[in-house]
Design a protein around this ligand. Sequence first.
Ligand SMILES: NC(=O)c1ccc[n+]([C@@H]2O[C@H](COP(=O)([O-])OP(=O)(O)OC[C@H]3O[C@@H](n4cnc5c(N)ncnc54)[C@H](OP(=O)(O)O)[C@@H]3O)[C@@H](O)[C@H]2O)c1
Length: 304
Amino acid sequence: MSLLGMFKGEGSTGFGFNSSAEEVTEGLDLSGKTYLLTGCNSGIGAETLRVLALRGATVIGAARTDAKAEAAVSSHRGALPVACELSEPDSVRACVEAVKALNKPLDGIIANAGIMALPERTVHHGYELQFLTNHIGHWILVTGLLDQLTDDGRVVMLSSEAHRWTVRGGIGFDNLDASKSYDGWRFYGQSKLANLLTAKELARRFEGTKKTANAVHPGVIVTNLGRHMGRGMNAAWAALGPLLFTKPIPQGAATHVYVAASPSMAESGQYWEDCNVGKPTRHGRDAALASRLWEETERIVAGL
Ligand SMILES: NC(=O)c1ccc[n+]([C@@H]2O[C@H](COP(=O)([O-])OP(=O)(O)OC[C@H]3O[C@@H](n4cnc5c(N)ncnc54)[C@H](OP(=O)(O)O)[C@@H]3O)[C@@H](O)[C@H]2O)c1
């Protein structure tokens, strides 16, 4: 257990920093439930796939390619592979159609895949790659499948505490291609704020229904996410993190698994951390910013 873990207790849900995905689903029978999960082949996504399948759920596991998705789901009973390259709108739209063709109502969509802190400005389809992958790709996927959600279906967006270190104004609408300025961490933060705001706006649109949308910070976990940080920083993170502040992968998957699957979870429009409701920044609480991002994203997606 890291030093931070020693000082963290449980919150009002009865779970906390040290709870694992298996613990938050203990005794749950998820047979008959279906979840779509992006990034199922690595890190906390792979653990999410394992634990949801262990509890009897059907997991539709999305990865960049068919081969990656097939390899990831192969050892989990009932899991189904789909390809979804989030930085390619056509691939995401094909994934939407593939999921619809399975004809399985979705009890949850877990938008988990992501990339972090690209050292160089990278632009694809006219947009900075972290914004395109983490936000726009997931936005196309989630909005394309809203009709597939069950009456009490849940959308869970993987955000991050990194939403605190975003660009000026929260979302730099006039610099989405990073042509005016670029910082890998701030653009990661912007994309994770966009994930958070998408959950917030979706929750507003779900009002009056039993559907929910929430955002999650999973904790800090040593995974492949650090691959772009540079060898030195990645090595330091991997060596010091487990001693000081990180969670192991089983605990890193707990919060979004709880939010996606626990019958005790009745919230919508919240930002979760350590399996409990947390408090995002003022940008993360800004309903007008959430609506504007949604509308701008609609416009962007129409052109992609
Ligand atoms: N780890 C942390 O400390 C931490 C903290 C806060 C938030 N998060 C969030 O948690 C989520 C999962 O991260 P992780 O730590 O498990 O990282 P990870 O091990 O690197 O997994 C990321 C997953 O996203 C997939 N992915 C990346 N780019 C993609 C694309 N263009 N299209 C489709 N899939 C793509 C990766 O596929 P490939 O393997 O094929 O690249 C992989 O399956 C991310 O959204 C991240 O922002 C993580």
